[in-house]
Design a protein around this ligand. Structure first.
Ligand code: B12
Ligand code: SF4
Ligand code: SF4
Length: 454
């Protein structure tokens, strides 16, 4: 079957000498066509390449000829297809997602959520995650003077054509113990979301990564919609797109934002990934928005009390620079000693504020064949992590989210967990690592060795 066609409209114009954004790579180029952009704007071959990678055949709608394009011409406009909530949800469930919701854009709380995001970033809560701070390079006026717009605060900044969004939830809850349950002496903790694996064609267990697994599913939904509805613009993302997924998920009625800042589904809990599909389709019954899920945190504050590093600085507010997930995955270089203490035995990510949440107690266990837990990653022995060389690290984690921490990053986190274990048997490892050329590992090993000696 021929791939469905999609109208790929660059949606950008050079206005004087101002830079413009390319919706394909979200990079910016200046009037001379230079910048961080893939240059799809100017280069038809690159556009074709991108369309191909999206799995669609290519029709370029030239902005200057926009009135002659298939989607925009008057006769087609009246017959323009719209997105049915029920159909989109059915396709999402068929593709393997646990739940899905659809909302028309702009949604009712877009300004509120954009302001929250902007405040959060401008307060420095994003630490070194500079991708959250990317701007569209077009100044917007504010009382303090001209400021650039944060790219991901409002979905229309990078995607001016988006009229609806399908948001999917994929349950990854598993029957294995929680990080707050008793564990054997000298065990570390890898976050539940990163345990995933799947069987290959020979029955061997291989690491899997939700980004890849779910993007493939979302692309399957995208293809089906294109096959059924014809040409429209669309983009699928899992985690890495320039959108605030939890804002879109709450708008689509999938759950509420907990005081731990996670999206909690009333039946499925919060051990779920999010995936989004933006489309240029009008939504059927767009005037009736999804019923919002009420906030059911009530007077509970367990997550805030349990957070060992004080990253939940207030209900619904996280300072990511204090969060163990940030420190063990995103942060590079030495960690402040006062935070190392609170990191406990977490060597990759952190589940504590979700493990204590009552809404995860009765959450159903996922039977997802591509997101099954790899037993070796549950309560891993710190010795086993320490003994890995780089080749072994690749064997175990190539294709897994854990790879993001890097070999030395994981070793640094292991050193910190060893320091927090109180176990003298780890001292020889630390003695070896205090000589490391890597600043982060060296300082973690020194701190851990002193802690065990004290
Ligand atoms: C950066 C990032 C992080 C950072 C910062 C997290 C954070 N809380 O902001 C770090 C590295 C710390 C992190 C950790 C984790 N992450 Co993360 N992360 C992201 C990412 C890429 C961007 C998040 C972002 O924009 N943060 C900025 C803040 C402002 O936005 P937000 O918290 O998402 O937005 C909501 C709230 O802040 C709320 N809000 C703000 N102020 C107020 C005030 C009130 C009164 C209320 C009610 C709400 C509210 O409004 C927003 C939406 O409605 C998203 C993917 C994406 N593209 O969105 C994944 C994502 C949020 N992460 C995810 C996951 C799984 C995790 C971890 C569980 C991984 C782990 N086990 O270690 C932890 C969870 C930690 C936690 N308690 O949130 C999932 C969350 C799924 C879910 N059910 O919520 C996402 C959606 C990825 C995905 N596609 O599945 N993450
Ligand atoms: S993930 Fe861990 S460190 Fe981050 S807010 Fe939750 S409990 Fe605190
Ligand atoms: S632990 Fe309590 S306050 Fe925190 S998210 Fe869960 S229900 Fe809400």
């Amino acid at each position: 079957m021929a791939p469905p066609q999609v109208a790929v409209r660059p949606g950008l114009q050079m206005i004087g000498a101002r830079p413009a954004l390319c919706w394909m790579c979200i990079g910016a180029v200046n009037a001379a066509g230079k910048g961080r952009c893939c240059n799809s704007i100017r280069n038809p071959d690159r556009r074709r390449f991108h369309a191909k990678s999206l799995g669609v055949s290519f029709i370029l709608i030239d902005d200057r000829k926009v009135n002659h394009s298939p989607r925009q011409s008057d006769d087609r406009q009246s017959a323009a297809p719209s997105l049915s909530r029920a159909r989109a949800r059915a396709l999402a469930l068929e593709a393997g997602f646990s739940e899905a919701g659809v909302v028309a854009l702009p949604h009712a709380h877009l300004d509120r959520d954009a302001e929250r995001f902007e405040r959060w970033v401008r307060a420095g809560r994003a630490g070194t995650m500079s991708y959250l701070e990317r701007t569209d390079s077009e100044p917007q006026s504010s009382p303090e003077g001209a400021q650039e717009k944060l790219l991901r605060a409002r979905v229309h900044t990078p995607f001016p054509w988006a009229l609806s969004v399908l948001v999917c939830f994929a349950n990854y809850n598993s029957p294995q113990p929680r990080s707050i349950d008793p564990a054997s002496e000298g065990a570390g903790w890898i976050a539940r979301y990163a345990w995933s694996g799947k069987r290959d064609e020979h029955g061997a267990e291989r690491p899997s990564d939700y980004h890849k697994v779910l993007l493939k599913r979302m692309k399957a939904v995208e293809m089906r919609l294109h096959a059924e509805l014809g040409a429209f613009e669309s983009r699928a993302f899992v985690d890495t797109g320039p959108v605030v997924e939890r804002s879109l998920a709450t708008a689509a009625g999938l759950g509420w934002t907990g005081k731990n800042t996670c999206l909690i589904h009333p039946q499925l809990g919060s051990y779920g990934f999010l995936a989004v599909l933006l489309t240029s389709l009008d939504l059927e019954n767009a005037k009736t928005p999804p019923t919002p899920a009420p906030d059911r945190c009530g007077s509970c504050t367990r997550c805030i009390e349990a957070c060992p590093t004080g990253a939940l600085i207030a209900p619904y507010k996280m300072d990511a620079t204090l969060c163990i997930a940030y420190l063990t995955i995103e942060h590079q270089g030495p960690v402040a000693p006062r935070l190392m203490e609170g990191m406990g035995r977490q060597v990759f990510g952190c589940d504590i504020c979700q493990d204590v949440c009552p809404w995860n107690r009765k959450a159903p266990i996922s039977a997802d064949p591509e997101l099954g837990a790899r037993a070796e990653l549950v309560n891993p022995a710190l010795e086993a992590l320490a003994a890995m060389d780089e080749a072994e690290f690749e064997r175990r984690f190539n294709g897994s989210p854990v790879r993001r921490a890097g070999f030395l990053g994981l070793r640094q986190n292991t050193a910190i967990a060893m320091g927090n274990s109180g176990l003298q048997r780890f001292v020889p490892w630390l003695e070896e690592w205090v000589e490391s050329a890597d600043d982060g590992l060296r300082s973690a090993a020194r701190w851990a060795r002193e802690k065990l000696r004290a």
